[in-house]
Design a protein around this ligand. Structure first.
Ligand SMILES: [Ca+2]
Ligand SMILES: [Ca+2]
Ligand SMILES: [Ca+2]
Length: 164
């Protein structure tokens, strides 16, 4: 059922060339950026928030998409320590980074990465969720999944291919 909702929603919005209210369009996708300064949640809660909005945590596939997200995050003027969850994680197998989890419906390997130098560093021995880190000028960081952070949801045109 969830798959059907995701696919239908994706087809509807993207075929119409529009996004839901409060979402931002870029190329073939619609994005939702969590409200600053209050909407900070764990990675798992962020994932559920996106799923309940018929979307996914963001999947970054190209440098152009990464650049779009970085420029939008800069416009939000977050604090230095603020981070933004993506769907990326190595929860299934340490140091094997994937978009999604085997227990979720969306799983895809990474094609391109934008880690900050020295990341992912598994700091403290348990950093398994991927964030855009303000301190790093929004380069990628692996962070403790239970830490409350902001998040980005995406309705993507390729979601049908990814989960199909
Ligand atoms: Ca994407
Ligand atoms: Ca890890
Ligand atoms: Ca890290």
């Amino acid at each position: 059922m969830l798959r059907l909702i995701l696919i239908w929603s994706s087809v509807f919005y993207l075929a119409c060339g529009i996004c839901p209210n409060d979402w931002v369009r870029y190329e073939g996708s619609c994005y939702y950026f969590a409200d600053l300064p209050k909407d900070r949640v764990t990675w798992q809660v962020a994932l559920q928030r996106c799923l309940s909005n018929e979307s996914s945590l963001v999947v970054v596939e190209t440098k152009a998409e990464n650049d779009f997200i970085k420029s939008h995050l800069a416009q939000l003027h977050p604090q230095t320590e603020d981070q933004f969850w993506t769907l990326g994680n190595d929860l299934d197998t340490e140091n094997t980074w994937m978009w999604g989890q085997s227990t979720n419906s969306v799983v895809a390997p990474f094609t391109t990465t934008f880690w900050y130098p020295g990341e992912p560093n598994q700091n403290g021995g348990e950093e398994d969720c991927l964030s855009f880190y303000t301190r790093y000028n929004f380069a990628w960081n692996d962070e403790h999944c239970d830490r409350p952070e902001y998040y980005i949801c995406e309705i993507m045109d390729s979601i049908g291919e990814i989960i199909g």
